[in-house]
Design a protein around this ligand. Structure first.
Ligand code: CAA
Ligand code: NAD
Length: 282
């Protein structure tokens, strides 16, 4: 099987790595050669780390590396058996991309989006075969977290759902859950209002960021606190998701706090930019 993955940031590179390790040929598309090179380096680092910790043998690493092709020309995914979109969380950018995927991959088994929150129907409606479009929502870090949400729009066919589930479970070894096509799906509809309330708590001076995070780690056995998790997700992505949730449900819990907006405007995006609620430069 050959899969085209568009977007090689945090998520796209994770999905590409996990797919190549599972024996799938991957063509990974980025915006330009420099971004494609960053994706390559990030995947190579992650594979090295897996070898270092004994999770992967060197020959398996080499085989995974040989399955990965990087490009900045979207046309290079023509002929792939399926595609997964993992570009920035912008509805208009994703809609434009789905129009192009529809043209380039007329025979694809499925055209999937890894969107955190954009309703799948808004992307499917841009194509001539909405029955082949669905959400395949992976979790960060993809090599570690087992879950994939399958999101079926009003138009997704049974066959597409079965093929995508078989890819995520049979091929990649993930566990799937099925969500209706509502902004945020199951997990982010619950998780993002929680992170936003932690930001509001910090913004209002109610508690320090360290104590908020320590409270949730030690008090509820979460692997990391909400502000550290916001930094892991990326504050730009979090802001997009909050806005999508608010647009869909109009609930005050999804309103993005001013602090989150200012941090994104300042380029403080979390781990990926080196600074968010915490500093990652050292
Ligand atoms: N890639 C690959 N492997 C990674 C990794 C990465 N980016 N980060 C950590 N790991 C691996 C490590 O190699 C390590 O493996 P071993 O035990 O075999 O050595 C293991 O994960 C644990 O890592 P660490 O010891 O470095 O650190 P940790 O124990 O603190 O775990 C963590 C780090 C996995 C990120 C953990 O803190 C965690 O699971 N946090 C919660 C993450 C979470 O909630 N993600 C969901 C975000 S929401 C989302 O994804 C949806 C959305 O649409 C926004
Ligand atoms: P990111 O900012 O790390 O990566 C996005 C990448 O897409 C960038 O490298 C960018 O150069 C590339 N890109 C943008 N437009 C493109 C285009 N037209 N063609 C090719 N590449 C393009 O973001 P991310 O965290 O990887 O998020 C990607 C998607 O996954 C988003 O929809 C996000 O909501 C979703 N998601 C994110 C997380 C998370 O925790 N960060 C978890 C699950 C899902």
């Amino acid at each position: 099987m050959r899969i085209g993955i568009v977007g090689g940031g945090l998520m796209g590179s994770g999905i590409a790595e996990v797919s190549a390790r599972a024996g799938v040929d991957v063509t990974l598309i980025e915006v330009d050669d420099a971004a494609a090179e960053r994706a390559r380096k990030s995947i190579e680092r992650s594979l090295e780390r897996a070898v270092g910790s004994g999770k992967l043998q060197a020959p398996e690493r080499d085989e995974a590396l040989s399955r990965l092709v990087y490009s900045s020309d979207l046309g290079d995914i023509a002929g792939a058996d399926a595609a997964i979109e993992a570009i920035i969380e912008s509805e208009s950018a994703k809609q434009q991309l789905f129009r192009e995927l529809d043209r380039l991959l007329p025979d694809a088994e499925f055209l999937a989006s890894n969107t955190s929150s954009v309703p799948i129907m808004k992307l499917a409606a841009e194509t001539t075969r909405p029955e082949r479009v669905l959400g395949l929502h992976f979790f960060n870090p993809v090599p570690v977290l087992k879950l994939v949400e399958l999101v079926r729009s009003l138009m997704t066919s049974d066959e597409t759902l079965i093929r995508a589930r078989s890819f995520a479970e049979g091929q990649l070894g993930k566990t799937t859950i099925e969500s209706k096509d509502r902004a945020g799906f199951i997990v982010n509809a619950l998780l993002v209002p929680y992170i936003l309330s932690a930001i509001r708590m910090y913004e209002s001076g109610f508690a320090s960021k360290e104590d908020i995070d320590r409270g949730m780690v030690l008090g509820t056995a979460h692997p990391m606190g909400p502000l550290a998790l916001a930094d892991l997700v990326g504050l730009d992505t979090l802001l997009y998701v909050a806005n999508s949730l608010y647009e869909e449900f109009r609930e005050p819990s999804a309103v993005a706090p001013a602090l989150l907006q200012r941090m994104v405007e300042a380029g403080l995006l979390g781990r990926k930019s080196g600074r968010g609620f915490y500093d990652y430069t050292s």
